[in-house]
Design a protein around this ligand. Sequence first.
Ligand SMILES: Nc1nc2c(c(=O)[nH]1)N[C@H]1C(S)=C(S)[C@@H](COP(=O)(O)O)O[C@H]1N2
Ligand SMILES: [Mo]
Length: 239
Amino acid sequence: MSAVRRAGRIRWADLRPRRAPGLPPGQRLLGVYPRFADNPLKPPPVIEGSLSLLIRGASDVDDFSLDVDDLAAIGDIERDADFHCVTTWSVRSLRWGGVAMADVWRTLIEPRIGDGRTATFVRAVGADRYNVAFTLEDLLEPEVILAWTLNGEPLDARHGAPIRLVSPSQYGYKSVKHLSTLELLHDQPRIGSKEHLRARVHLEERHSRLPARLVRVPYRSVIRITALLAERSARGTTP
Ligand SMILES: Nc1nc2c(c(=O)[nH]1)N[C@H]1C(S)=C(S)[C@@H](COP(=O)(O)O)O[C@H]1N2
Ligand SMILES: [Mo]
């Protein structure tokens, strides 16, 4: 059965993560896919008009934007992936539809930024100003996609409409919802206090300084309340 439900349908009883075979280290399985957020009290941002992704380049490149037609022209794909939040909940087999980030880079971004100063880091920013850093290499891994559908339906506001980044091999906090800007950088950016630059799930890179095993327990204790609050604050903003 699909883990994806509409807003308002997720209850406390649905949010008990359980042990399950085959999960990455320290992860537990949820049977539903809840909304989750940095600040769960904040409703998802309202995005006016159609999708447009701003590419902010280095000093020698003008900013430019990509719209949905530019992206869709690459040819859309669908990919199944599990999703792993750093707070230890996972959901299995989400079907994301959109375009591969690497294809966007090679066809729409790289040709416009010239070859003299190739970026080595990228900051991805959401319309709610949430932002995270990537090495360019991680961002261009073949499984990273810019998604606008989830399980065959248009992405809703809870899960990142109109477009989100999905990087399944990294903790969920890298999968920026409501993606608005990709900022190309030549130097390693400052990363958030809890963020790990790489955040690779199979290596359990949860936190930049604290050992992963140490943060599992406090993280696990906030899952249910965070998900419930995040779901509640999104009510009324989604169909
Ligand atoms: N714009 C934005 N993207 C975000 C977040 C956020 O607060 N704002 N939270 C991150 C975290 S911690 C997780 S686990 C996932 C949750 O995605 P979901 O709401 O689709 O479950 O989104 C990530 N992307
Ligand atoms: Mo998360």
